[in-house]
Design a protein around this ligand. Structure first.
Ligand SMILES: Cc1ncc(COP(=O)(O)O)c(C=O)c1O
Length: 392
């Protein structure tokens, strides 16, 4: 397509690095080649039955028309209630916008709050859409590097160095995609302490993996530790990961009322309301008891452990073991081969599908998903070991 045809905005969007590899994997599988796919970014479970029943009932009950742009009132109230109980923040429905997944919550927020040239600090490794969404809103991503050998810790001094008069946001994502790191209270307090001193800086806390945790750690919502910063903290969350509802497209943005109102206006002029009957399913999802998540986490715990232990047994691979989400982000032996080339070769020679770390800001790592069966993980580990032995 001619570059002249495309808007300047469209030209800032980078194509997804993972697409090429997925397309190749699909082609090889169609040719009958045995593929082991450890690239999934979504749970391999179905959504809970009660959610499916409530959603289909909602269709028969006629919740099939346009609804309010900001979301179903009952759902907005239920989310406000959840946040009050779990995040210890006094919200009502006007603090909540229901969105087409957490992604649209982030997109709306930056469209509403960023001006041309505003800077957004993004600790790396990061979820690959953050820099793109920031750029689409005219903002400038400022990458703050963390390293596996340092436990992916956000260093306070380095954070201070990245702050300028143009800094408008920092993104915090715990549990993290792709590293599986869960920030502890002290780490969060250190970040809060630094941000507190800069009135112009807001925090976007992406908590989409809050329910996928191993039993040694807790998820701490950042807003629960910084009552005085309530007006500067925006929480993004959704039903995709915890409830295995990726394709349902329902998430939310929580924050100050004037910003939510403005984001709702943006939504009313772009996508309108989230699917009416899916929102009824989301209300049911919020009623599910903690035992359900405990059971799901037992499965993820075992898989995460199988993956971590398998990776640790491979010579020259460094792993900072994940405590949450469903990924591991091992470091390759050196930078002689780019992460994209490694992933291409691992696919071509060993039928292994994993995601290049460069997509997440670290070219020496790769992302391996454990949102798949234990036997698939074990098979993938064998192939990964062979690839390491062959290419390094
Ligand atoms: C860290 C993170 N945030 C947000 C999202 C987007 O979630 P949703 O599917 O609700 O838009 C993802 C999806 O992979 C993610 O990994």
């Amino acid at each position: 397509m001619s570059e002249e045809l495309l808007s300047k905005r469209a030209l800032t969007i980078e194509p997804s690095l993972t697409l090429e590899i997925s397309a190749k994997a699909k082609k090889l599988a169609e040719e009958g080649i045995d593929i082991c796919n450890l690239s999934a970014g979504e749970p391999d479970f179905d959504a809970p039955e009660e959610v499916i029943s409530a959603t289909s009932k909602a269709i028969f009950d006629g919740f099939t028309k346009y609804g309010p742009a900001a979301g179903d009132l009952e759902l907005r109230n239920a989310i406000a209630n959840k946040l009050e109980l779990q995040n210890n923040i006094k919200y009502d429905f006007e603090n909540i916008l229901v969105t087409n997944g957490a992604k649209q919550a982030i997109y709306n927020l930056f469209q509403i709050l960023l001006n041309e040239g505003d800077e957004v600090i993004i600790p790396s490794p990061y979820w690959l859409s953050y820099p793109q969404i920031v750029k689409l809103a005219g903002g400038k991503p400022i990458i703050l590097e963390t390293s596996p050998k340092n436990g992916f810790k956000i260093d306070g001094e380095q954070l201070k160095d990245k702050i300028s008069s143009k800094t408008k946001f920092i993104i915090i994502n715990s549990p993290n995609n792709p590293t599986g790191k869960v920030l502890c209270e002290n780490e969060l307090l250190e970040i809060i302490e630094i941000i507190r001193k800069h009135d112009q800086i807001n925090i976007l806390s992406d908590e989409i993996y809050e329910l996928i945790l191993n039993n040694t750690v807790n998820h701490i919502p950042i807003v629960s530790l910084a009552k005085d910063l309530e007006d500067r903290i925006y929480t993004v969350n959704g039903f995709a990961k915890g409830w295995a509802m990726t394709g349902w497209r329902v998430g939310y943005l929580a924050g100050r009322k004037d910003v939510i109102k403005s984001s709702s206006s943006l939504q009313s002029q772009s996508t309108s309301n989230v699917c009416s009957f899916v929102q009824k399913g989301a209300i049911e999802a919020l009623k599910i008891k903690k035992e359900y998540f405990e059971e799901v986490n037992l499965i993820y715990d075992e898989r995460r452990q199988v993956l971590s232990e398998g990776l640790k047994d491979i010579e020259n691979i460094y792993l900072n073991p994940p405590n949450g989400a469903f990924y591991a982000f091992p470091q390759l032996p050196n930078t002689n081969i780019s992460s994209v080339d490694f992933c291409k070769k691992a696919l071509e020679d060993f039928g292994l599908v994993v995601v290049p770390g460069i997509a997440f800001g670290d070219d020496q790592c790769i992302r391996i998903s454990c949102a798949t069966s234990k036997s698939n993980i074990l098979d993938g580990l064998k192939r990964f070991k062979k690839a390491i032995n062959k290419f390094y």
